[in-house]
Ligand binder design. Structure first.
Ligand SMILES: *Cc1c(COP(=O)(O)O)cnc(C)c1O
Length: 365
């Protein structure tokens, strides 16, 4: 039997499983207290520890990153059109649409893959009151320019920071920018709690209101607002606490893998231009090929070796079947056709990564 047949499948991400005994230790505490959910001690502990680790205030844990976006839109009382990016995970578009908001797309910058501030400005009119940019693959947006545009035009800013755990700008967490940042702690993300997410809310009064909205609108026993159930459970918080204890190892291994791809592949592929590279979180390694044909050739060969990178993000969201306007987003569509995210996760072995690199370079050399 060939070596390949013995080896296991390598996917684009492998969920990080922290020390098992440590998780059991937290689970036994939950069994003792019988406090399973509803703003329990582990949720509170995780909120405090994340605020410390990330250097932010007003971090509110919720059940996932999608509901975090929906809550942010409600909290900011968004009423008109939202300008967002076509180059993201589907939830950035589907969450606002689900709640009846309208989205307008601004095309992306061809190097950073983040929303273009020039394109935002060209779309502004009285029908727009909210910006929903994404720090794509953890690469921080041009937050100062977006701030400037928002202030000048009286717009609210929600950052979909699902990928931006740990990313900094000038020594500060990128989550501090905008009115609200939302994060995802889904199992496939850099930091996770199986399912989960958070909002980081700049305004103290809005933060207080958010606490009530995630719990059916209850506020000290009274119901004042229409709320929803977006609470995180104690079991999910326990996983988050365990993963956070190992975050240094996670960060160091990702950095090593990222830099090896960069070093060994960059003469054959195009990579994402990272703003403030020293403060990047190494959450994804996107590779951009000359055209879709080359990408499909590489993908087929990797799949033949049981290696499954992902066409992420594909398609460009303006091409989704339920987006009825026939607007085109030339840059986003072009990048979408040529981009593959390569496997990157802490337990990816060096020999596995070398195999991936060799397969790609053999085709492209
Ligand atoms: C993962 C992700 C989400 C959704 O987060 P969930 O926790 O899976 O609901 C939203 N936006 C982006 C950019 C994501 O990658």
């Amino acid at each position: 039997m060939a070596i390949d047949e013995l080896s296991t499948t390598i996917n684009v991400v492998e969920p990080y499983l922290p020390n098992y005994e440590n998780y059991l230790h937290y689970v036994s505490k939950i069994y003792d207290s019988k406090w399973l959910t509803n703003n329990g001690p582990l949720v509170n502990k995780l909120e405090k520890e994340l605020e410390n680790y990330l250097g932010v205030k007003n971090l509110l844990l919720v059940s996932n990153g999608t509901v975090a976006i929906q809550l942010a839109l409600k909290l900011l009382n968004c009423r008109k059109n939202i300008i967002t990016t076509p180059f993201s995970f589907v939830a950035t578009t589907s969450a606002p649409l689900w709640d009846g908001y309208n989205v307008k797309y601004a095309d992306i910058d061809k190097d950073t893959f983040n929303i273009s501030t020039k394109q935002i400005e060209s779309l502004l009119d009285e029908t727009v009151d909210t910006l929903l940019p994404v720090h794509v693959f953890g690469n921080p947006c041009n937050v100062l320019e977006i701030d400037r545009i928002a202030t000048k035009n009286n717009l609210k800013v929600i950052y979909d920071a699902a990928h931006a755990f740990g990313t900094k700008v000038n020594g500060n967490s990128v989550l501090k920018y905008g009115d609200i940042s939302t994060i995802s702690f889904h199992a496939t993300k850099l930091f996770h709690s199986v399912e989960g997410g958070a909002l980081v809310i700049n305004d103290d009064a809005l933060y207080k209101k958010a606490k009530s909205l995630i719990n059916f609108g209850y506020d000290s026993g009274n119901i004042n607002d229409i709320g929803i159930n977006a609470k995180m459970s104690e079991f999910h918080a326990a996983m988050g606490l365990c993963v956070l204890e190992e975050i240094q190892y996670i960060n160091e291994s990702r950095k090593k893998i990222y830099n090896k791809y960069l070093c060994d592949l960059s003469k054959n592929i195009i990579t994402q231009k990272i703003n403030n590279f020293e403060e990047y979180n190494y959450s994804y390694f996107p590779a951009i090929f000359k055209n879709e044909h080359v990408l499909l050739t590489v993908l087929r060969e990797l799949n033949n070796h049981k290696i499954n990178p992902r066409r992420y993000f594909h398609p460009s969201l303006n091409k989704l079947p339920y987006i009825t306007s026939d607007i085109t987003m030339p840059i986003s569509e072009n990048i979408s056709e040529r981009i593959l995210c390569l496997p990157i996760y802490p337990n990816l072995r060096e020999s596995e990564q070398e195999k991936i690199i060799n397969i790609i370079n053999n085709i492209l050399n």
